[in-house]
Design a protein around this ligand. Sequence first.
Ligand SMILES: *Cc1c(COP(=O)(O)O)cnc(C)c1O
Length: 387
Amino acid sequence: MTEQGFFYRDTWAEVDLDCISENVTSVKNLLPPDVEIMAVVKANAYGHGDLQVAETALQAGATYLAVAFLDEAIALRNKGIHAPILVLGASRPEDVQMAVKNDITVTVFQKEWLKMAQPHLKQDQKLSIHIKLDTGMGRIGVRKEEELTAIERLISGDSRLVLEGIFTHFATADELDLTYLQQQIENFRQLLSCLKERPRYVHCSNSAAALRFPEVYFNAVRLGIAMYGLTPSLEMEAEIPFPLNEAFSLRSSLVHVKKMNKGDKVSYGATYESKTEEWIGTIPIGYADGWLRRLQGQEVLVDGKRVPIIGRICMDQCMVRLPAEVPVGTTVTLIGKQQDDFISINEIARKLETINYEIPCIISTRVPRIYKKSGKIVELKNYLLPN
Ligand SMILES: *Cc1c(COP(=O)(O)O)cnc(C)c1O
């Protein structure tokens, strides 16, 4: 398979599915056999591609998928995914029909929500539920014992409701100070102890907790960022028990290369001025692709060497200063390996003063994705021209 005929622009993201597979396998080997992996593939699998990541994670041993919204779950069903899927966020009570029809598990986070959802279920329908407990994240979830027992009573009194799981989410599992985390764990255990019966799935760990705290595995972990090969935080980097493999690369090509004279200007505002004779290259990627304006000055790799982005980044293009003349068509690596050098997602996150999670998420669907396995292209996804 080649890129020819799948996209017509020299900018693409590469997703190495072997990396995803290895990361899931490493986590699986870390976990006891009775702890399942829920692969978190929300937000188009953190920008990597929901279907491709879901299939890869399931093949590598994940048994459950999790997304943020019902639409994301339905999209996976429409693409032929049969594995169980949990919607972590709030669904609308009136949409439980869609969840039932598509065999999707929803999160119950409030008694009132459940009461509003009940009238939307038909007599013979079964709605699979995980209860979300708010033990300190302050986002969604049941906070009080009375509310939890009331929900449990509502569920056991309604044969259409099937309680399959219960979970919570940590606010600080990636930090070195464990005080707040311990408080959350205690709150979780306390609330669990009020249940008449524990459901099949009890889960609280995100990637950070899954990599660090075996005492809170219960029987499933929700694996997001680490599956993509990224460290949940720089703070806990030293505690990662095995190497993580970054799956996401971002590449472009030089589409125009020219010699500029001393004093010639580049890009909007004419803020960049050549100091001597300089070779300037143009690459077709800009802020509309998620390559944000604040990345001005960031280095990219050309022929394995670092060159800076100069002048303002435009919506669709930006310019780099080359050490010498380089042929048009030369590959430019913005994220990933090229020869002996590597630009990590963490490096881009640092430049943007944000966390690594944001970076692949904001690379827009205008950028086609190329999927690789064993170094070979196995699939191409062009969101603009779906085949
Ligand atoms: C996004 C999310 C996760 C995954 O977190 P990572 O830090 O990426 O592993 C797990 N649980 C919930 C509720 C989430 O929203």
